[in-house]
Design a protein around this ligand. Structure first.
Ligand SMILES: *Cc1c(COP(=O)(O)O)cnc(C)c1O
Length: 233
């Protein structure tokens, strides 16, 4: 495996190339480095290479890393994204530590995050996770239920609703990836008439980044291509 700085450079070049090819401004696509299961020394290498935005899936692990870097690099303005499934009994840790929360799929979670966001912190940026592949087993709101949840979340003063997120079913064919991501793009565009501040589309991982960017992704969440394959116990 190449070094983390080399991988970061390669993925940034790739984002740039894909954006130019589909006539998008590369600066409108933010790279979130997904560091779940990876040790702090690899994250440090990424930070030293200029990466500031990181995604974590597991609350406890994420909070430990956030505290570690607050201690060791207090002057570096890191931005932490929670991108995993969240049980309602863990919302407080997310509200107190993260900057973004990508996986809101029901009002109860949003309300708890709103109530638990500390007064001295800026609003928590949130995305609604859409179950775009309509799989019974995956989390996320059904596409036709999204508007209802938007209407409720915009009333919560400590949350800033920024857009939509999805994790489609794994699919290797580019055209099939693109078809699903375009449904996300259309869903977001349909919301923007009434909610113009919803600008973020969090789609695209290592295996489907190109299709996601073509379909308008503004945040790609990349783990494997930066930190290498993950090992699970
Ligand atoms: C793990 C994960 C990623 C990163 O996936 P890679 O295939 O390693 O790039 C992105 N988004 C979510 C929600 C994840 O859980």
């Amino acid at each position: 495996m190449n070094s983390v700085p080399d991988n970061l450079l390669a993925i940034k070049n790739k984002i740039h190339k894909i954006a130019v090819e589909c006539e998008r401004d590369p600066n409108t696509i933010e790279l979130i480095a997904v560091s779940k299961t990876k040790p702090v020394n690899q994250i440090t290498e990424a930070i030293n290479a200029g990466q500031l935005s990181f995604g974590e899936n597991y609350v406890q692990e994420g909070v430990e890393k956030i505290h570690y870097f607050k201690q060791t690099m207090p002057d570096i303005p890191l931005i932490w994204h929670f991108i995993g499934p969240l049980q309602s009994n863990k919302t407080k840790l997310v509200a107190e530590n993260f900057d973004w929360m990508h996986t809101i799929d029901r009002l109860k979670i949003a309300q708890r995050l709103n109530d638990q966001r500390p007064a001295n912190m800026t609003k928590l940026n949130v995305l609604i996770q859409v179950n775009i592949s309509q799989e019974a087993s995956k989390s996320g709101v059904a596409p036709d239920q999204v508007v209802e949840l938007v209407k409720q979340i915009v009333n919560l003063p400590n949350l800033s609703l920024r857009g939509l997120m999805a994790i489609p079913e794994i699919e290797n064919d580019f055209d099939k990836q693109l078809k699903v991501f375009k449904q996300m793009q259309q869903l977001l565009q349909s919301l923007q008439t009434d909610y113009p501040f919803m600008k973020t589309l969090s789609i695209g991982m290592t295996g489907d980044m190109q299709a996601a960017i073509v379909a308008g992704s503004t945040m790609v969440r990349i783990g494997t291509a930066i930190f290498g394959a993950r090992q699970y116990l």
